[in-house]
Design a protein around this ligand. Structure first.
Ligand SMILES: *Cc1c(COP(=O)(O)O)cnc(C)c1O
Length: 497
């Protein structure tokens, strides 16, 4: 199995090279040159296996230059003990044949853990083959969930250091505490005075500055990325769609070969792209339903073929989906354009220069065949949280609620009653204020995050994750706030060079 770049399809690299580098030198994203195919027997066999075994079976198909024993050890290391139970990604019935795939039982209570618990293993294995014994420095700009999940994943992993920058006013109080109290000897965290784009641009600048790279090299250090542009983040996400199908099969809720719909609350397009790869591999899927909040750029694109980033940016109660440029869409377009990197590069050049592009009619037809799309605003999101709790007895977070809302609107509008899996991406306790406000119509009394957790617990009887409750007693280790221009120095300070 080899990988190429969405901006230069003559490139060929191994999976280790793709994962160690994170992004291709031409600015493109790594994609497999061929998608491995599975048989109905492969899927049937998964039904009798544990999550770790399922992960091992799927990963082996993509990471062909990783020794089999290494993949066994990596998946066991990532998914043993850190997800509360052996059932790493449980499937729960919501109503009729609509099911929720809970992806937030990991250490940070968001679906990012599914990939970021495994990525450190994949990355250190890759680095040992291709980076010549250098220590890998993971640099992350986060709007909230990725930073904490990456810190937990890379904490005390030998041969790695991890530095996270977050916007001082752009994350929820719970998310901020999760990061500033982070434990581990190889971790560093700093707040940036500014917004997420400032943090992201600062990190990109540091990544690409040759003088900084030289300084790192002198200390036997090299940068890499834990962002969802890294193939090592995507491949672990393919696993749980197979796992969900295997669970439905084992429970007799689908017959082998019967198609399902998958609805995904979408931001950077990584999670739903993993479902697309699962479908290309042979997972029986009818429609991929892309759910967005008020930032509806993807809804417009998937229905009209026009991607237009020049539009107001809305801050919503589902902040991890507040995004106008979905970077993983590039991988999908590359494939739909027949793996043509010239055409792909041209679209993204237009996006950069003109702020928009429109795909041709043939590509739009393919998009519509594969995807449906919908969006809802904050009021509808909150109404969905309240309704879902009252009617179905299920408490969902703000991001999942967007997907629940879009899923039922899609079923109603189209009459498509295919068995459905909705990806649930965060614990409701991670976005307590909005969830509590939805359930009480704004009439709650708690004033701080931890009181809100207790009030939501008392109101719903749904237990809050211990790892959020115990944050209350943890000491803040990282309280540094820097300006954009001080980021470079902060990197040196945190690395001690
Ligand atoms: C990151 C995130 C999303 C969006 O996922 P993408 O892969 O970026 O589309 C949705 N919900 C939550 C809670 C997230 O943390």
């Amino acid at each position: 199995m080899q990988y190429t770049s969405t901006r230069n399809n003559t490139i060929r690299v191994s999976s280790s090279e793709a994962i160690a580098a994170g992004i291709s030198k031409d600015g493109g994203l790594f994609v497999p040159t061929e998608v491995p195919q599975v048989t109905p027997d492969f899927i049937a066999a998964l039904a009798g296996k544990s999550y770790i075994e399922r992960a091992r079976d799927v990963l082996r198909l993509f990471l062909t230059d990783y020794p089999a024993g290494e993949i066994d050890a990596d998946t066991a290391g990532a998914y043993t003990g850190s997800f509360g139970s052996e059932n790493v990604a449980p499937v729960v019935n919501l109503y009729e044949n609509v099911n929720i795939l809970e992806l937030w039982h990991g250490p940070t209570c968001a679906f990012k853990d599914m990939a970021l618990q495994l990525l450190p293993y994949l990355l250190t294995g890759a680095a040992s083959r291709v980076s010549g014994g250098k220590t890998t420095v993971i640099l992350v700009a986060t709007s909230g969930d990725t930073g904490k999940a990456a810190l937990e994943g890379f904490k005390d992993v030998p041969g790695t250091r991890i530095l996270v920058f977050f916007p001082s006013d752009g994350v929820s109080p719970m998310q901020k505490l999760q990061m500033t109290t982070q434990e581990g000897e190889n971790v560093g965290v700093a707040a940036i005075r500014g917004n997420f784009d400032d943090a992201q641009n600062g990190v990109k600048r540091i990544f690409t500055d040759p003088a900084i790279a030289e300084k790192l090299a002198a200390g036997n250090l090299t940068f890499s990325s834990a962002n969802s542009i890294n193939w090592g983040r995507l491949v672990p996400q393919i696993v749980y769609y197979f796992s969900a199908y295997a669970d439905l099969l084992a429970a007799g809720k689908v017959k082998n070969g019967e198609k399902i719909n998958i609805t995904v609350p979408t931001g950077n397009f990584g999670n739903i792209l993993a479902a697309y790869y699962a479908m290309r591999m042979g997972l029986p899927v009818n429609k991929l339903v892309c759910a967005s909040n008020e930032n509806d750029v993807l809804t417009e694109f998937l229905t009209t073929g026009r991607y237009n980033r020049v539009r107001p940016f809305h801050t919503t109660v589902s902040p991890s989906m507040d995004i106008l440029i979905s970077s993983n869409l590039e991988r999908l377009l590359f494939h739909l354009l027949g793996d043509d990197s010239d055409k792909t590069a041209e679209l993204f050049r237009r996006l950069k220069e003109d702020g928009e592009y429109t795909v041709d009619g043939e590509t739009l037809a393919k998009l519509r065949e594969l995807f449906a799309a919908g969006c809802c605003d904050d009021a509808a999101t909150k109404a969905t949280i309240a309704d879902t709790f009252r009617k179905n007895g299920y408490l969902c977070d703000t991001h999942t609620a967007v997907a629940v809302n879009v899923c039922s609107a899609y079923r109603e509008k189209t009459g498509d009653q295919t068995p459905t899996v909705i990806a649930s991406t965060a614990s409701p306790y991670k976005f307590c204020r909005a969830v509590l406000s939805a359930l009480t119509d704004g009439g709650f009394t708690a004033e701080n995050e931890f009181d809100m957790v207790e009030e939501l617990e008392a109101l719903t009887g749904v237990p809050a994750p211990e790892q959020l409750k115990t944050l209350k007693n943890k000491a803040v280790r990282f309280d540094r706030v820097v300006t954009k221009d001080e980021m470079e120095q902060a990197v040196y300070d945190l690395l001690g060079i």
